[in-house]
Design a protein around this ligand. Structure first.
Ligand code: SF4
Length: 206
């Protein structure tokens, strides 16, 4: 089994509940969506076997128990079980970052971060499928419609819900006005939302 890989690298998790933790990212290539605000280059740099990925991860994070983040692109378009089994066998804790379009292998992970994008289907989601949701907010407000988001998070009462400004690739900064929109939403319902900024981008980390 081999995977199209963009990069395997060590950095700080810059988003969500694990912000500030040192992690290894395994970025897999390709995506099933084509969001106009996408800020990620998910072009494959080569096909790597499970063993080659394991070796790269081990060289960056030799300690059992450390966190590995499988991300993309959209990682769930690949069959993840062979890779996950080997990473787990070596004692790593696993986080996945997904757009939510495929739920089937998410239960393999210790921490699921879902950033729902159109046209994901909410129908297949159970309330405990993800530990956290990140909803993107641009200058016009939520990227997904507010009603849709409200209904969705009502069905996931235990998950953490973050609002995150869209990153504007043309300016290399948060989209203008997005932070203001988020602050309004947080003020309206203080217990409901938390702000997530892409700390790694603000600090110009990888
Ligand atoms: S789902 Fe994520 S990776 Fe895929 S196009 Fe949209 S923003 Fe980019």
């Amino acid at each position: 089994m081999s995977y199209p890989v963009v990069e395997v690298f060590r950095s700080i998790q810059g988003e969500g509940a694990h912000t500030g933790m040192g992690v290894v990212f395994v970025r897999l290539a390709h995506c099933n969506y084509s969001c106009k605000f996408c800020d990620t280059d998910y072009t494959a740099q080569g096909y790597w076997s499970v063993n080659e990925i394991l070796e790269a991860v081990k060289s960056l994070s030799p300690k059992r128990g450390s966190w590995i983040v499988v991300t993309g692109g959209e990682p769930t378009i690949h069959r993840l079980t062979p890779l996950v089994d080997q990473l787990k066998a070596r004692g790593y804790q696993l986080q996945i970052e997904t757009n939510g379009s495929n739920v089937h292998e998410l239960r393999l992970f210790d921490w699921v971060t879902c950033s729902p994008k159109k046209p994901m289907s909410l129908d297949e989601w159970d309330s405990d499928t993800a530990q956290e949701f990140k909803f993107l907010v641009g200058s016009d407000g939520l990227v997904l419609g507010e009603c849709e988001v409200e209904g969705f998070i009502a069905s996931c009462p235990l998950a953490r819900c973050y609002l995150q400004p869209v990153w504007d690739m043309s300016t290399g900064a948060m989209e203008k006005g997005a932070l203001g929109k988020i602050m309004e939403m947080i003020e309206r319902e203080p217990g409901k939302w938390q702000l997530s900024v892409q700390m790694h981008k603000l600090l110009k980390l990888r």
